[in-house]
Design a binder for this molecule. Structure first.
Ligand SMILES: Nc1ncnc2c1ncn2[C@@H]1O[C@H](COP(=O)(O)OP(=O)(O)O)[C@@H](O)[C@H]1O
Ligand SMILES: [Mg+2]
Length: 325
């Protein structure tokens, strides 16, 4: 597979602060990379560098085979950017915004009108097309941002926290729109503070904190670093719970957690053989069971585990992360 984006040792300094500190990442063509991290991690700065808006202080970047700095013009032709602070003009209508961008991109008048109609249709903005963008709801505004970044049909799309502040329904609509673009072959770099969003859209995920990559992999791989599955057993009655706990202790099952209120026992499971063994023992015990399921740690749990050690340089780091997530 050809790499649409290859980044090695990317650095950005503001004054004496290194806000992007040696970031490596690769986005294969036609895939979505989720760049996940709390506020201030350096996500937007990374996207701005990869968009040619600001110049890196170090590192090497190739986009579609072009050098980011030496061949910036070619790079710009490949990318679309939907920012946290996108450049939509609030005083004119959605249609006028898109038309203006199409003309800026040198579309002839008629082709510009056609492209605008396509995009209004694609992003479900036909009814709102004539209204000033400033009057749009949050969800409509983000769809207009996305449409604006797609006018030139970019091969590579940057989405910088595209759903921050959106209600769940608008968020899902936007996710669907992004999935459609990916299906048509667009390569996407998505920044987000939401594990769920990275998991919903990204083929692979990079976790960034304080300018550095602290973990990477698929959501499954990130999860497995934290632990395997957890078997949850709910007993029918309180006294059954006590009996279950006695038997598990007798079986030398370790590290299980008991939730008295919900009559729930959670047992960490390392492999399938262990899971099978547990279920057989449960069946043989003939204890009445009200519920049984397996559960994977959420990405939020994963992130907290990955970042749980406060650093010498910043004892508040963990507190901040807990608040953000
Ligand atoms: N133009 C700038 N000048 C000085 N500091 C900046 C500038 N842009 C961003 N920063 C700082 O760099 C750090 C990373 O910011 P940013 O890339 O916006 O993070 P994120 O998008 O992950 O929230 C923050 O501490 C921010 O205050
Ligand atoms: Mg940002």
């Amino acid at each position: 597979m050809t790499a649409a984006v290859e980044v090695e040792g990317l650095v950005k300094e503001f004054g004496d602060r290194r806000v992007v500190d040696g970031v490596d990442l690769t986005i294969p063509e036609g895939t979505v990379l989720g760049l996940l991290g709390p506020n201030g991690a350096g996500k937007t700065t990374t996207v701005r560098m990869l968009s040619t808006l600001i110049r890196p202080d170090g590192g090497r970047v190739r986009i579609g085979g072009y050098d980011l700095v030496k061949q910036a013009t070619q790079v710009r032709r490949l990318i679309g950017l939907t920012g946290q602070y996108a450049s939509v003009d609030e005083g004119i209508s959605g249609r006028e915004n898109l038309y203006m961008i199409a003309r800026l991109l040198d579309f002839p008048r008629r082709r510009a009108r056609e492209r605008v109609d396509e995009l209004l249709e694609q992003f479900d903005l036909v009814d709102a097309a004539a209204r000033p963008a400033g009057k749009y709801s949050g969800g409509m505004r983000r769809r207009l941002d996305l449409a604006a970044s797609m006018v030139g049909d970019p091969a590579l799309l940057y989405l910088d926290e595209p759903t921050t502040g959106l209600d769940p329904r608008s968020r899902n609509n936007l996710w669907d729109a992004v999935r459609d673009l990916v299906e048509e072959g667009t390569t996407v770099l998505l920044t987000t503070q939401y594990m769920e969003e990275a998991e919903a859209l990204a083929d692979s995920i990079i976790v960034m904190d304080k300018g550095r990559v602290i973990a990477s992999g698929t959501s499954g791989e990130l999860r497995s670093r934290v632990g395997g599955q957890v078997l949850r057993i709910r007993t029918a009655r309180r006294e059954h719970l006590d009996e279950l706990v006695r038997r598990l202790s007798g079986m030398r099952v370790r590290n299980f957690r008991v939730d008295q209120e919900n009559r729930l026992v959670s047992v960490p499971i390392v492999n399938e053989a262990e899971l099978t063994g547990m279920v057989q023992v449960l069946a043989a015990s003939r204890l009445p069971i009200a519920g049984l399921d397996t559960h994977l740690p959420s990405l939020d749990e994963v992130f907290l585990t990955l970042t749980d050690q406060p650093r010498e340089s910043d004892p508040d780091a963990t507190v901040v992360l807990r608040r953000v997530f």
